[in-house]
Design a protein around this ligand. Structure first.
Ligand code: GDP
Length: 430
């Protein structure tokens, strides 16, 4: 459907150019604001003097609706604008290699992000450090464009000493926040590229009894910076009971370590029952135990994404076999926007608050330094003044001494003169 922009406002002195129904709609709107009846003729006067700012479009369905103002189309306007702009989403995938991360990402987004991937050999893995690799793909579905960026961390947990694996992840997340903060504080804020990480899928191995120390180390450092969603990889290695037990232990570990992963928002009370049920099921499935596959198999005449084993087929999309569909629903269909909002409103706000407090502390320190400098320079000035004073005093003293000498000399001269005069007098007397 092609959108027509609303016509410009009509000048107040002109009568409305619309048909009676439209005018009546506005009239009834104004009269309902004024608390008068629709049939009151005095109100038509009001309509003539006050035409609508945005006249009602001539949509047949609205012609009969006399209470129409126009703002009911706001969601459509937002929708149209958002679709035009497209969406961005950045997903970070963390976990040791071989846990099925690439397979799962390809299964989730029906793509092939890891075509030219090379696996490191044993020697390389001993010394291997964690890297960050970014891959972007543009996906379109029913006219909606999504630019998906997957941030992979190859080498995570692969080296013998993997204590610092988490550092690479935290640094990357902080760098993206810093870049966004810089762009946002700059002059041109219109086309900011948002590379902030909106969600981190952390892969826990199906072997082992709960979270390992290295899992806790990373999660503890990341949970206040990014929305972490835990995923048990290769869940087809476990039976139903084992999956349940592992999930319970993981949740207990998180509680014991005061770690808060991404919190699902509360479901609105006016949502329909199906949505509420789906929301409950999603919450109950955390951490998601997933199976990934990029192979399409035919089972009972139906094409399914699955893994063929000698004893049967694991259907990735069967909720009895794996939480894959739940993870996809959560990540893409129901909570993608909330993950972005939480990143903006919680994690980025935390980062921004820290930045602003650091900047103000730095400014305070600078001001203190300046003050100290100015005091010391004032002291220097005082010292210079006192030196000048000392010199002046010295000169004064010299002048005073010279004046004394002058006075003494004048006195002496006077004495001599008097004596001379007396002598002359005596000579005359004689
Ligand atoms: P990554 O290194 O974590 O990205 O792991 P890959 O996606 O490359 O998978 C490593 C191996 O595990 C491949 O042989 C996959 O076919 C296999 N694999 C992937 N997902 C699963 C799964 O859910 N279950 C099982 N059993 N194997 C899987």
């Amino acid at each position: 459907m092609k959108h027509q922009p609303p016509p410009p406002p009509l000048p107040l002195s002109q009568p409305p150019l619309m048909g009676g129904a439209a005018a009546g709609g506005v009239a009834s709107a104004i009269s309902s604001i004024n608390g008068s009846s629709n049939n009151n003729n005095n109100n038509s006067e009001t309509v003539k003097c006050r035409p609508p700012i945005y006249p009602k479009p001539k949509t047949p369905s609205f012609d009969k609706d006399r209470d129409y103002i126009g703002f009911a189309t706001l969601p459509e306007q937002v929708h149209r604008k958002s679709v035009k702009r497209g969406f961005e989403f950045t997903l970070m995938v963390v976990g040791e290699s071989g846990l099925g991360k690439s397979t799962l990402i390809n299964s989730l987004f029906l793509g092939d992000l890891y075509k030219n991937r090379q696996m490191p050999n044993v020697e390389e893995r001993i010394e291997k450090t964690t890297k960050v690799e970014k891959k972007t793909m543009d996906i379109e579905e029913r006219g909606v464009r999504l630019r998906l960026t997957v941030v992979d961390t190859p080498g995570f947990g692969d080296a013998i000493n993997c204590e610092d694996s988490w550092r690479v992840c935290t640094q990357y997340i902080d760098e993206q926040f810093r870049q966004y903060f810089t762009d946002e504080s700059g002059l041109n804020r219109r086309n900011i590229q948002d590379n902030r990480v909106h969600c981190c899928l952390y892969f826990v191995p199906p072997w082992g009894h709960s979270l390992r120390q290295m899992d806790l180390d990373l999660i503890r450092r990341l949970h206040r910076k990014v929305n972490i969603v835990l995923v048990i990889g290769k869940a087809d290695c476990l039976n139903k009971q084992e999956v349940r037990k592992l999930k319970e232990r993981i949740l207990q570990d998180l509680e014991d370590n005061h770690i808060q992963l991404y919190q699902f928002p509360e479901c609105d009370s006016d949502e329909d029952d199906d949505f509420k049920q789906q929301d409950r099921e999603l919450k109950a499935s955390i951490p998601f135990a997933v199976v990934g596959s990029n192979t399409i198999l035919e089972v009972a005449g139906k094409k399914v994404r699955g893994r063929q084993y000698p004893w049967g087929v694991v259907n990735v999309e069967d909720p009895e076999h794996s939480d894959f569909i739940k993870l996809r629903t959560f990540l893409i269909s129901t909570h993608m926007q909330d993950l972005k909002d939480t990143t903006q409103d919680v994690h980025y706000e935390n980062f921004r608050a820290q930045c602003i407090s650091q900047i103000s502390q730095h400014a305070l320190r600078e001001r203190g330094k300046l003050k100290r400098d100015s005091i010391s320079s004032t002291n220097g000035f005082d010292a210079a003044i006192s030196e000048t004073d000392r010199l002046l005093l010295q000169k004064d003293e010299e002048i005073r001494r010279m004046q004394d000498m002058l006075t003494q000399m004048q006195e002496k001269l006077k004495q001599t003169h008097l004596m001379e005069m007396k002598k002359n007098d005596s000579v005359i007397d004689v």
